[in-house]
Design a protein around this ligand. Structure first.
Ligand code: SD4
Length: 325
């Protein structure tokens, strides 16, 4: 565990050095932005958010839309086999199948989602097609796959040799016991505020490793894994989806911001609600990030070890999400 954290700190430091940005400068920029809206800006969960944010920033910095930015951003970890909990190379379910969940939401409350989708490397792009090309919000399983193929997506094998070997090792004991933060390259949830002041969000994952075949988490569920209200702000979740669904977590965070809470406080209050609803949270991790219309952002989680990436005009950084424990 401590090795993993040290590795992450090292990785994060390398990134900060590479971008020339230190936390103190970030703190100064945060103070500055109180007086004016900090836009454009993108935030996303975990350290795989750093390269994902850069892809989003390439669009935002040229005046592109938050919607295009979040889609392009999360496609980076979706395509990266080293990211073992999103898209291609993601851990399979207990039957050795990689099944993907994703959703996307725009400034006009349009949204699209796919769940339990196999064989498609970019579920977020299919979710966007569901939003734009169908009268529905969510397609699942074989129906989602048939729709993706009809839209020109290619059928691919998403199970890499590494993920297959890990699954075979897991089969020896076949014990489903998620360990918090253990991969630390979890679901990617991304929120963006564009130059026009509009918000959008995207969330994509291969879900909990070795889940039951057919299990769907929070990530494709609008309101649970992601929520955007262009009048107020946006939020997204990572961690154990069942706990997020029970509290409709991301919607809760946005509603808490609507009541006047700053993003970090809204995330904390939602985390406290989850803690209150569970007898034992020692093995339960949930983290939220949130962004409001002013370009203020924050994150909060149950257990330390969750971080999130930020990209704005100041530069790129990886911040530790504050935690209850
Ligand atoms: C899920 N929230 O499927 C996702 C995956 C995740 O820690 O973030 N796992 O439950």
């Amino acid at each position: 565990m401590s090795n993993r954290r040290n590795f992450l700190k090292f990785t994060a430091l390398g990134t900060l050095l590479a971008t020339g940005l230190y936390p103190v400068e970030r703190a100064f920029a945060t103070t500055l932005k109180k007086s004016r809206i900090n836009k454009p800006l993108v935030i996303s969960t975990w350290n795989h958010g750093l390269p994902a944010n850069e892809a989003a920033w390439a669009i935002l910095s040229k005046g592109g839309s938050a919607l295009d930015a979040v889609e392009a951003g999360v496609m980076v970890p979706e395509a990266d086999p080293q990211v073992r909990t999103v898209g291609y190379g993601g851990y399979p379910d207990r039957e050795g199948k990689v099944t993907l969940d994703a959703c996307i939401m725009d400034k006009d409350s349009n949204c699209g989602a796919v769940a339990f989708l196999e064989h498609i490397k970019h579920p977020i792009a299919v979710a966007r097609k569901v939003m734009e090309e169908t009268p529905h919000v969510m397609l699942v399983g074989e129906g989602a796959l048939a729709f993706a193929l009809s839209q020109g997506f290619e059928k691919e094998n998403l199970l890499t040799p590494e993920s297959e070997q890990d699954w075979k090792n897991w089969l020896i004991e076949s014990k489903y016991q998620p360990v918090i933060n253990i991969e630390n390259h979890d679901t990617i949830g991304m929120l963006a505020l564009d130059e026009e002041g509009n918000l959008a969000g995207a969330c994509t994952t291969s879900g909990a490793s070795y889940k039951m075949h057919g299990r769907v988490g929070d990530s494709p569920i609008i309101g649970a894994g992601l929520y955007v209200d262009n009048e107020v702000g946006a939020a997204t979740a990572t961690g154990l989806g069942e706990a997020v669904i029970r509290t409709v977590g991301s919607h809760l965070v946005v509603e808490l911001m609507r009541q006047g809470n700053a993003p970090e406080k809204a995330c904390r209050l939602a985390v406290e609600r989850i803690i209150k609803k569970h007898k034992d949270v020692s093995n339960l991790q949930v983290g939220f990030i949130a962004l409001n219309k002013q370009g203020e952002y924050g994150g909060y989680c149950i257990h330390s070890g969750f971080d999130y990436a930020v990209r704005d005009k100041v530069g790129a950084s990886l911040l530790d999400g504050k935690s209850k424990y």
